[in-house]
Write a protein that binds this ligand. Structure first.
Ligand SMILES: [Zn+2]
Length: 313
């Protein structure tokens, strides 16, 4: 038997055929057209049929279909309750799918699916309790307890970017101030580097972006630090402390076996991980007498969401 995992994004719908062991066998994507929620759901169902055809399997060989959605899902009732930037609201996804395919449909938040994917086939394989933090435009992720996504009673748990790191700090898109996301995202690195660009024209940051503030990306301050630049070093060191504060909060609450970092910033690898571990193990609760949470990079990239969605049942 096979599974299909779908990653419903604002720009593209990516989907893949996945084995029962969680191996991604085939993947493809189509643009997310401007359409109603029902039309988009039908589009996803037809895309599944297309994938089965392309892979030369019958629809009876599909054990289940999972969809990672950018929003809040009620999996038990097959309803996508709410999405950000897409027109879904209380959409009966499972019911619409059933008109096209018999296989049961499961729903979960897309970042949660990526966290589950890492457990099934990625960096958290073999660990029952893990947290994945995706450091991108925002900070997303998922909390996995006993190999299952922790969703909370209302399906909205695991919004890992929105815990306060600095009271009365930088404004966050969620309406609060000082959220983890406002300090640990790639956007935060860019914001701080842009401020440095204006405040410290002598910094290597200005040279690395060729004098164009819009060319600054999350890698720029890391590159500056690597070349010994004082301002780049300050930005990165502060970033690592802020990231560390969030990681410590999650360790102190959940004591997961492993925390994975994904997203663009995680491409820094050990250059980020080594000082982060040092900071985290210095301040996390029970660090000197309890087994320590491992901190590593996520490995599946964009495939994590497809694999996790496919393995939802
Ligand atoms: Zn927030």
């Amino acid at each position: 038997m096979y599974r299909i995992g779908i990653d419903l994004g604002g720009t593209n719908i990516s989907a893949g055929l996945v084995s029962d062991e969680g191996k991604l066998l085939y993947k493809s994507s189509i643009p997310t057209t401007r359409a109603t929620d029902r039309e988009l759901t039908e589009l996803m169902a037809k895309f599944c049929i297309q994938i089965a055809k392309k892979c030369d399997i019958s629809l009876d060989q599909i054990r289940s279909i999972g969809i990672g959605c950018p929003g809040v899902c009620d999996d038990a009732n097959g309803v996508l309750l709410y999405t950000v930037n897409l027109p879904f609201k209380n959409t009966p996804i499972a019911e619409i799918f059933s008109k096209f395919i018999k296989a049961p449909v499961h729903l979960a938040n897309d970042a949660n699916c990526a966290a589950l994917g890492e457990v099934v086939a990625g960096g958290a394989k073999g660990y029952k309790t893990s947290i994945t933090l995706t450091l991108g435009t925002g900070v997303g992720g998922g909390i996995i307890i006993d190999n299952k996504i922790y969703t909370g009673f209302n399906h909205a748990a695991g919004e890992v970017g929105h815990i306060t790191i600095h009271a009365d700090g930088e404004p966050c898109g969620c309406g609060r101030k000082g959220c983890f996301e406002a300090y640990a995202s790639a956007s935060a690195l860019i914001r701080e580097s842009r401020r440095a660009f204006h405040a410290h024209p002598e910094s290597l940051i200005c040279e690395l972006c060729e004098g164009d503030v819009n060319k600054i990306n999350a890698k720029t301050p890391f590159d500056a630090k690597r070349q010994g630049d004082k301002i780049g070093t300050q930005i990165v060191d502060k970033y690592i402390c802020d990231l560390g504060e969030g990681v410590i909060n999650y360790i102190n609450i959940f004591q997961p076996e492993i925390i994975l970092l994904g997203g663009g910033v995680s491409k820094e690898g050990e250059y980020l991980l080594a000082p982060l571990r040092e900071y985290v193990f210095k301040y996390s609760y029970g660090h000197d007498f309890l087994p320590r949470t491992k901190i590593e990079c996520a490995v599946l990239g964009n495939d994590a969401g497809i694999i996790g969605a496919a393995m939802l049942d």
